[in-house]
Design a protein around this ligand. Structure first.
Ligand SMILES: Nc1ncnc2c1ncn2[C@@H]1O[C@H](COP(=O)(O)OP(=O)(O)OP(=O)(O)O)[C@@H](O)[C@H]1O
Ligand SMILES: [Mg+2]
Length: 269
């Protein structure tokens, strides 16, 4: 394992999230290729790039849904993919992952609320069962969050009675209920009807401007990425081909791949 050059902990002042030389393969296919990616505290980083370039994989690795093959992922200075044992890093075991996973909140493209639970129940399930919160306390937190995403009135509805946009807002509240250090958003508006996209984008805007969350967002909505991001990363074949401020990436891209991608997606709109 090539973790020898990786420290057991990052020095103070390091970025909140760090991918250090991360490689992920599926059989012969290298999906993430020696990837270095940092996300600073309170930073909003957008990930753009062609289909299959590894954008979702980055989020899934950070959510610890699968093992990486090489490199180390750190969150808040501590290894996430690995744990220390006898002064060395080795792959994290399930118990360590379960604890570390509570630091990460993720919202997916397909609304994945628990169908048999109401909006409120969806938001208290993990705080009670994973964090061990008391029911009253979990409910109070959940009601505040449902209010913040404009879903308080629908707290007792089941997901089938909610629109896609409403379900996504509950999904955001549910992720926030764990008070994650990092929020991951994977094309959260791409399965939505056009008329409800705005209500979800407004919630993300508020998380960014009022709550200053640390967010890593995969999106095909270039206008939104441009408006909201501190930094935009253009992915190509499992690597960051180019990154910079929205102004740099959208107005003055340097990489040929970035130029091609942007002209293709911007022409299509
Ligand atoms: N579980 C898996 N098994 C095998 N290959 C996979 C698996 N998950 C992803 N891949 C492959 O990894 C590559 C990157 O996939 P990923 O989902 O990260 O792409 P993406 O950039 O999110 O694309 P899109 O814009 O279409 O969502 C693709 O070629 C995909 O087919
Ligand atoms: Mg994807």
């Amino acid at each position: 394992m090539s973790t020898q050059n990786h420290p057991l902990e990052l020095p103070e002042g390091s970025p909140l999230v760090r991918f250090s030389g991360v490689t992920k393969r599926y059989g012969d296919l290298t999906v993430l290729d020696n990837l270095d990616l940092d996300v600073g505290a309170h930073e909003m980083v957008s990930v753009i790039g062609p289909s299959g370039s590894g954008k979702t994989t980055v989020l899934r690795m950070l959510m610890t849904l699968e093992k990486i093959d090489e490199g180390v992922i750190y969150v808040d200075g501590k290894p996430l993919s690995h744990m220390e044992r006898n002064g060395q890093l080795e792959f994290a075991n399930e118990k360590y992952l379960r604890t570390q996973r509570t630091n990460i909140g993720m919202v997916f493209q397909q609304f994945n609320l628990f169908p048999h639970m109401t909006a409120l129940e969806n938001c208290i399930e993990a705080p009670i069962n994973v964090l061990g919160m008391k029911r009253d306390e979990a409910e109070e937190r959940a009601l505040n969050l449902l209010d913040m995403v404009g879903m308080l009135e629908k707290k007792d509805q089941h997901p089938t009675r909610l629109s896609g946009g409403q379900q996504q807002r509950v999904a955001i509240a549910r992720a926030l209920a764990m008070r994650p250090k990092v929020m991951l958003l994977d094309e959260v508006t791409s399965a939505l009807d056009p008329e409800v996209i705005g209500e979800v984008l407004n919630v993300i805007r508020a998380l960014n401007s009022e709550h200053k969350l640390t967010m890593l967002m995969v999106t095909h909505q270039m206008g939104f990425a441009r408006e909201i991001s501190d930094r935009v990363c253009f992915f190509y074949e499992g690597k960051i081909a180019e990154q910079g401020t929205p102004d740099q990436i959208f107005n003055d891209p340097q990489n040929e791949r970035t130029k091609q991608f942007l002209s293709a997606v911007l022409d299509a709109n």
